[in-house]
Structures are given as C-alpha cells and as structure tokens.
Design a protein around this ligand. Structure first.
Ligand code: 5GP
Length: 141
C-alpha cells in the first residue's frame, strides 16, 4: 500500500497542525515554515496529487477557501498583499505530493522569507503564435 503523505496524516489526525479552517471537503492549516506571518496551506481532505489532477468541483472549493483566507489576512494581519501559489511537480517546487494552495501574506516587497523572481528570457528564437496555438489546441474542451 502507498504510504500516506504528511497532509493525509494531518487530515487523519495522526499528526498535529494549527487549524485555520475546516469543512467537509477542505482543511486549511498554518504552514509549519511561516515564510511570512500567517502563511497558510489550503488542501482538499481527499487525496489528489496536485492541482492538475484535482477534480474541478473540489479545486473550486479549495480556491474559494484560499480567497476567503487571503481576504481575512489582509484585514487582520496588516498584510499589504498576498501570494496565492500552488506548485505542481518537484521541478516546480512541490515537496508534498498532496494538492495544496499556499496563501502567503505579504508585508513588504522584500519579505525576507519569501521572494519570487521571474526573469524575462530572450524570445527571439521562439515562434510565439505557434506556441500559443499548440497550447490552445490541447486544452480540455
Ligand atoms: P510545497 O513545497 O509542496 O509547495 O509546500 C509544502 C509546504 O508544506 C511547505 O511550505 C512546508 O513548510 C509545509 N509543510 C511540510 N510539512 C509540514 C507539516 O508537517 N505541517 C505543516 N503545517 N506544514 C508542513
């Protein structure tokens, strides 16, 4: 049998967590790392490996909770912004293979615990219209 991931174990009550929100389908807990104050993880109680493999109905419920937590954090924590982030696959930084959304309150651009850098690349060798079309063609209808 496949070993339970850490979030399945938290959901099952086998290991403790600091709960922010819970309903029949969704659990939100404080991230143990607290990259910024209030960093929260929102996850479905049922196991799905990641955002891409999660059924839409559940995915929508998770994002609904993430939005409400972000709104609350802006109100009570003095956050000036929020990063809503989900990682899919180890290459994208996913370390726990159970779909979860990070809600990361932001206080200053240079919050020491969390930085995102997106650097523009040279696109001169790319056929952007063709690239866009190839993605579009493969989208689920
Ligand atoms: P990922 O890298 O998969 O996007 O995010 C996994 C997150 O889970 C990390 O931010 C990490 O700090 C958090 N995490 C890992 N183990 C635990 C745990 O046992 N409890 C809590 N609350 N968070 C955890």
């Amino acid at each position: 049998m496949k070993e339970k991931d850490i979030f399945c174990r938290i959901i099952a009550g086998e290991i403790p967590s600091t709960k922010v929100y819970e309903d029949d389908d969704v659990l939100a807990i404080l991230d143990i790392s607290q990259t910024t104050r209030g960093h929260t993880l929102v996850m479905p109680k049922q196991h799905y490996d990641n955002f891409l493999s999660c059924p839409k109905e559940i995915m929508h419920k998770v994002y609904d909770v993430a939005q409400r937590i972000g709104q609350a954090e802006m109100l009570v924590l003095g956050a000036k912004g929020v990063n809503i982030l989900t990682n899919v696959g180890a290459e994208a930084g996913q370390s726990v293979p159970h779909f979860h959304v990070h809600v990361i309150p932001r206080y200053i651009v240079t919050d020491p615990g969390f930085q995102i850098t997106m650097k523009a690349q040279d696109t001169s060798g790319m056929d952007l219209p063709r690239l866009a079309q190839s993605i579009s063609d493969k989208m689920e209808k």
